[in-house]
Design a protein around this ligand. Structure first.
Ligand SMILES: C[S@@+](CC[C@H](N)C(=O)[O-])C[C@H]1O[C@@H](n2cnc3c(N)ncnc32)[C@H](O)[C@@H]1O
Length: 472
């Protein structure tokens, strides 16, 4: 019924157009109201749910019983003068389904209730694109909220999904999201904190977009856990391995503190090192304390409100008391590879990457593990190939005989860039799977008039770890 009236992601985008969509992103409604003033059913549905404004009852065709059906499901209610108001936010999602959450909060709205259920947004999409595309038998979505991750997993990617949340209102809305998206089997909702609802159970896949915000007694369950600082994310990482089946993967979004005198890589690396899994943590962004506080006060539409200055000040006090210099935002992936020699890689990647990362995340983990675990002899005997999409860039003054710098650049996947020496550049040029690495290194040394390296040079191992060179 909703799709029949064009209430889909494309339908909304087409109707609003770029200008109104951009204005909405700045919390300005007027262009979107102008784009939906025709009064047809799609305009009414956009106004009801996308914009959260009232529509006259007659705006939804009585003939197809649409509004009665929506009212019956508790999604709209009659307001003053027979106008209809949405009781929830109902948004079409990129999977083709629908997501039900509390109404979006806008500046000037009353404060959020503590058990507010947040809608699907940028962070939800970020996690969904990170998750491995490898089919999973059993999956766990911890902190399901509006249920959006299940929409992604139920698309044939997981046989059975357990979705948990500490907030019963979230579970009620998640169930509605699944029903409206045609997901009627293979998903089970359970109430409880952290891994409590799945105490003795193991999963092939665990995903979580957790309440990662580092806030002082925030009281908003959807974004900030009761745990201190970044302890909730740390504990998720530490406890996840006990719930992973052999070979299982866990993908989390997380925030972590940058504390004076401590390298954030050591902090996050320490969480992962205790898991016994192969681990990969990526910082995608970092903000200073003031930017961070402003971001989350804007998120709950508190900017300019009566308590804004006091909240801002108190939040900064809390961060200052912990010697916080910044907050990192990123992804954490664990792989229960079963090895006795797990590897942990923590890095910053701020460049644009090919999406979805889930399409190649298993290759990324495989490269990191291969570079860590293969002995020198085995690697010297391997017939390496240069990865698809790697190009070489030579940079130097115009007309110079030799470049000042040589870069290897990935045009696919994580789009990494590696500055290399002439020997590694030459190696990348001849790694076509024909000859083993050892003889290639020997031939390059002869050509460049240098000594054949005794083992595998660290720079070559690093090119393997970063996916420039592939071990068959
Ligand atoms: C940021 S929302 C994520 C919603 C959704 N999964 C998504 O990807 O958009 C975090 C969710 O975690 C839930 N949550 C908060 N504390 C929790 C806890 N201790 N255990 C489990 N879930 C919790 C919140 O109620 C909220 O629904």
């Amino acid at each position: 019924m909703l799709t029949g009236h064009g209430y889909t992601l494309d339908g909304v985008r087409d109707r609003l157009g770029d200008t109104a969509a951009a204005a909405l992103a700045r919390e300005e409604l007027i262009p979107a109201l102008r784009a939906t003033r025709d009064g047809d059913p799609l305009a009414a549905l956009i106004r009801l749910w996308w914009l959260g404004t009232a529509v006259p009852e007659g705006a939804l065709p009585a003939s197809d019983g649409l509004w009665r059906e929506l009212a019956g499901a508790g999604l709209v209610a009659a307001g003053e003068g027979g106008a209809l108001r949405a009781t929830v936010h109902l948004q079409p999602w990129e999977t083709g389904g629908y997501v039900v959450s509390d109404r979006k909060v806008r500046p000037g709205d009353p404060p959020l209730r503590p058990d507010h259920v947040v809608g699907a947004g940028g962070a939800s999409a970020n996690l969904a694109q990170l998750v491995s595309r490898r089919p999973a038998g059993r999956a766990l979505d911890l902190g399901t909220g509006c249920g959006v991750q299940v929409l992604h997993l139920a698309n044939g990617r997981a046989g059975q999904v357990v979705a948990t949340d500490v907030n019963p209102r979230a579970l009620a809305m998640a169930r509605l999201s699944w029903r409206l998206s045609g997901i009627t089997t293979g998903v089970e909702a359970r109430e409880g904190s952290m891994f409590d609802p799945v105490e003795d159970e193991r999963f092939d896949l665990v995903v979580s977009n957790p309440p990662f915000v580092i806030a002082p007694a925030d009281g908003l369950t959807y974004r900030a856990a009761r745990a201190d600082a970044d302890a909730f994310c740390r504990d998720l990482v530490r406890r996840a391995p006990r719930h992973l089946a052999p070979g299982g993967r866990c993908h989390l979004l997380a925030n972590w503190l940058h504390v004076k005198g401590e390298d954030w890589r050591d902090r996050v690396g320490g969480w992962l090192a205790e898991t016994g899994c192969d681990g990969w943590a990526v910082q995608r962004d970092a903000q200073d304390p003031a930017e961070y506080v402003e971001l989350w006060l804007r998120d709950s539409a508190e900017q300019g409100g009566p308590g804004y200055r006091a909240r801002y000040d108190a939040w900064l006090d809390r961060l200052a008391a912990m010697d916080v210099t910044g907050i990192g935002f990123g992804w954490i992936t664990l792989h229960a590879s079963g090895t006795l020699d797990p590897v942990v890689r923590v890095e910053e990647l701020t460049q644009r990457v090919e999406l979805p990362v889930g399409g190649y995340v298993d290759d990324v983990l495989g490269s990191i593990a291969a570079a860590h675990r293969i002995g020198d002899d085995e690697l010297l005997a391997a017939r390496l190939t240069v990865a698809d999409g790697v190009v070489e860039e030579r940079i130097g003054p115009p007309g110079a005989e030799d470049p000042a710098r040589i870069l290897l650049r990935q045009t696919r996947g994580l789009c990494r860039v590696a500055p290399v020496g002439t020997a590694e550049a030459a190696l990348a040029g001849v790694c076509d799977g024909d000859l083993p690495l050892g003889p290639l290194l020997g031939a390059i040394a002869e050509l460049t008039g240098t000594e054949t390296p005794a083992g595998v040079p660290e720079a070559v191992r690093s090119l393997v770890a970063e996916g420039f060179l592939r071990v068959p």
